[in-house]
Write a protein that binds this ligand. Structure first.
Ligand SMILES: Cc1cc2nc3c(=O)[nH]c(=O)nc-3n(C[C@H](O)[C@H](O)[C@H](O)COP(=O)(O)O)c2cc1C
Length: 192
């Protein structure tokens, strides 16, 4: 399985979490491609064709970003708008990304307890990223469970380092896809 991590942090040099995650990814197998949007396009001039080719070469696409104002950083939104054009998705070549998987990996400043109904923020992360889930569904991708680190601003180095290794395990697992996990479970049950 070829994995593409599209990382979008507007100030990666000031980051603790996303920087640590990127370092861990770079130590990982070469089946993971790391693509840093703000480094590649500091001028926001996205080369859509090049990005489409990159997406086409991978099976699982991971969007890694810090939550900013309950949403994605600006360049990541622009990347989605510029790259996933209807001509590419549904044009002559058919459904360009159908069957691929989409995973979100988010660092989140607030505590988990604030992200629930009745909490200070009042909505869960799953509710807030619903537009990305609809997007994924509409273009034929399989939306998989996200990876999250809450309380990112006050996390200790130990917590951040731990989160980096579980992040890589999370996005690398074939069982992240519930259909594959369920098939494996039934196969094991029928062997027992
Ligand atoms: C402009 C901006 C907006 C932010 N908005 C949110 C937000 O809506 N919710 C939240 O929990 N944290 C928010 N944060 C905190 C970031 O999510 C947090 O600093 C980041 O995930 C930490 O990761 P890093 O160490 O890689 O920068 C915001 C931070 C900035 C700079």
């Amino acid at each position: 399985m070829r994995i593409l991590v599209v990382a979008a942090h507007p100030h990666i040099e000031q980051s603790r979490v996303n920087q640590c995650w990127l370092a861990e990814l770079r130590r990982s197998p070469d089946t993971i491609t790391v693509h840093e949007l703000y480094k590649t396009y500091p001028d926001f001039a996205i080369d859509a064709q090049k990005e489409q080719d990159l997406v086409a070469q991978h099976d699982r696409i991971v969007l890694q970003f810090p939550i900013q104002w309950y949403s994605v950083p600006a360049l990541l939104k622009m990347w989605l708008d510029d790259v996933f054009t209807t001509t590419w998705l549904f044009g002559a070549g058919g459904r360009a990304v159908a069957g691929k998987e989409l995973v979100l990996a988010m660092s989140i400043g607030g505590d988990e307890s604030t992200y629930q109904s009745g909490g200070i923020i009042g909505y869960t992360i799953s509710e807030l990223v619903r537009p990305l889930q609809v997007f994924s569904n509409q273009i034929g991708m399989t939306f998989l469970p996200h990876y999250k680190l809450y309380g990112a601003m006050k996390a200790t180095d130990f917590q951040i380092n731990n989160s980096a290794s579980s992040y890589v395990q999370h996005i690398s697992s074939p069982d992240l896809n519930p259909i594959i996990a369920r098939k494996r479970m039934f196969a094991e049950m029928s062997r027992a």
